[in-house]
Write a protein that binds this ligand. Structure first.
Ligand code: ZN
Length: 212
């Protein structure tokens, strides 16, 4: 099974899995990654929390959870202690913590490890996280229910992509003042709407929340 990214935005690797070096086992036991703005860390798939720990010497604040298909995933160096108790069920995309710099860490980053739960133990039978995680899959998914969006007193421009919406360029249409639409997702602060334009139905992103 390929899991989504633990980040909510683009991230990049800073230390590779099994890199040789001055670690306890002589090599790096997971993958280190950083992101630029949103430090929220989310579950990479549905699962159950199996361990949470306060600031240890090496991993710092960390959380381990068991995925539906029997893998144990460890997130280390969290900014603060995970607020989910052992036994808590988590959904893919649900927040597990915030990227931080606790434990043996020199700069905020996520250290993530994957193992088979049946043989779980710190530093045992490690799997390569890059074989299980699609780092480009960081879209929000899950429980969002379509909501009514309602325009304010000015026309609102519609964009085809989140990037265009944020840059406010290349708009593909616009919505009239007070016009209503259906919001089906919120992606990176932009609102995905479906709306009617004459006899057709169109969709696109807007920046205005419309009360959603
Ligand atoms: Zn690391």
């Amino acid at each position: 099974m390929i899991y989504r990214s633990p980040f909510k935005e683009k991230s990049r690797q800073t230390t590779a899995f099994k890199k040789q070096g001055n670690w306890k086992l002589g090599y790096h036991t997971g993958v280190d990654r950083v992101c630029d703005t949103d430090r929220t860390l989310v579950a990479i798939c549905d699962g159950v929390v199996t361990r949470t720990s306060g600031c240890g010497k090496s991993y710092g604040n960390h959380v381990v959870y068991r995925t539906a298909d029997g893998k144990c995933v460890l997130y280390a160096h969290l900014k603060s202690k995970a607020d989910l108790p052992v036994g808590a069920k988590v959904k893919a995309g649900q927040k597990l913590g915030t990227m931080g710099n606790t434990g043996n860490s020199s700069g905020a980053h996520l250290h993530i490890e994957i193992q088979n739960c049946a043989t779980w133990g710190y530093g045992k039978n490690l799997l390569d996280p890059n074989e299980y995680i699609d780092w480009n899959d960081f879209t929000q998914e899950g429980d969002f229910t379509a909501k009514i969006w309602k325009n304010g007193s000015t026309a609102e421009r519609v964009y085809q992509t989140v990037a265009d919406c944020k840059a406010k360029k290349n708009h593909i249409g616009s919505l009239s003042p007070r016009e209503a639409a259906t919001c089906t997702a919120i992606v990176d602060g932009c609102y995905l709407l479906t709306y009617s334009a004459g006899t057709t139905t169109k969709c696109g992103f807007v920046a205005y929340s419309g009360g959603v």
